[in-house]
Design a protein around this ligand. Sequence first.
Ligand SMILES: Nc1ncnc2c1ncn2[C@@H]1O[C@H](COP(=O)(O)OP(=O)(O)OP(=O)(O)O)[C@@H](O)[C@H]1O
Ligand SMILES: [Mg+2]
Length: 302
Amino acid sequence: MSQTSAYCIETRQLTRTFKNIAAVQDLNLQMPYQSVYGFLGPNGAGKTTTIRMLLGLIKPDQGDVRIFGEPMNRKNISIFRKIGALVESPSLYPNLTGEENLEVTRRMLDLPKANIAHVLRLVKLQDASQRVVKGYSTGMKQRLGLALAMLSDPELLILDEPTNGLDPAGIHEIRDLILELPKTAGVNVFLSSHLLSEVELMATHIGIIHQGHFRFQGTLSELNAHYAPQLILQVAARDEVFQILNSNGYEVQKNNGSIQVSIQSPEQAESINRLIIDHGYQIQQSFIKQPTLEDIFMTLTK
Ligand SMILES: Nc1ncnc2c1ncn2[C@@H]1O[C@H](COP(=O)(O)OP(=O)(O)OP(=O)(O)O)[C@@H](O)[C@H]1O
Ligand SMILES: [Mg+2]
C-alpha cells in the first residue's frame, strides 16, 4: 500500500456550490488508514456531493482531494484502480444474470476471471449468480452493487448510503458484510448514512456534516464522550435528589420536571438509582435516553 500520507482520504477546504446553494463548504475531511469512516448527515447535508468530488465525478469550486496521499485526478488511473465505489443505487443490466453483470465490468477493467467467484462469495450471491437481475430483491441488487465495487480488489471502498431502501434483515446483512471487509479483504471503508444508530455499529471514525459544514469529526469514542447517554429520572423530591447527585460528582441537570444525568454505562444508571433509594427517596420513573442524531445536531448547532 502506498502510504505517503497519514490519511487514506484527505480533503482541504473542499467547496462546491450549485447556483446559490452551498452544498459543501470548506470541508477538511480526514480518514485515517485502516478505519471505517461513517459520513453522517441528514437529507441534503452534502454527503453525495462530497462523495462525487472524492471520486472525481464532479469538480470542486475550491479545495482539493487527496486519496492515498495523491491528488485526485481523473487522469491518475492508478488511484482509480485502488478504489471501489457504490454511489446511490447500483446501475445494473436487468436482463443479464448477476454473474454476467460482473463479467461486463471485469472485461472492461481487464481483471482476472477468478475475481468474480471471489466477490460472489464475499456478498453471498453464489446461489443466485445464474439468475437474471430483474428478479433480484432490492437487497440482492445492493449486494451485487457491492460485489461490483469489490471486483477490482480495491484498497478503498466508498459507499453512498449502502443500506438505503433495505429492510432490517437486508440492513443487517450489508452491515455484517461491511464489518467483515476490513478484516477479510484489508479494505478501508468510507460510507455515508443519515442514521447514527446504524453507522455507530460499523464505523471507527465519524464525520457529521450539516448544511455543507462539518459539525463533528473524530473517533466514535470521542463522539460518545461528547454525547453521553442520559439517565432520565422522575422523582417527587427533585431538588433534594439533584443535590445528592450533584454532590456525588454527577453531571446533572433539571429539565421539564425531570432530572437528567449523563452516564457512561447502564451499570452507572443502576448505582445512581441505588444512591437515591439509599437516601430514602422514591423514583417514579427511570430510563436511559440515547442521544439521537437530532439531539446531537441540536447540541452541535446551538
Ligand atoms: N446537481 C445539483 N444541482 C443543484 N443542486 C444540487 C445538485 N446536487 C446537489 N444539490 C443540492 O446540494 C445540497 C446537498 O445535496 P447532496 O445530494 O449532496 O445531499 P445528501 O447529503 O447526499 O442528501 P441525501 O441524504 O438526501 O442523499 C442539496 O441542497 C441539494 O439540493
Ligand atoms: Mg445523497
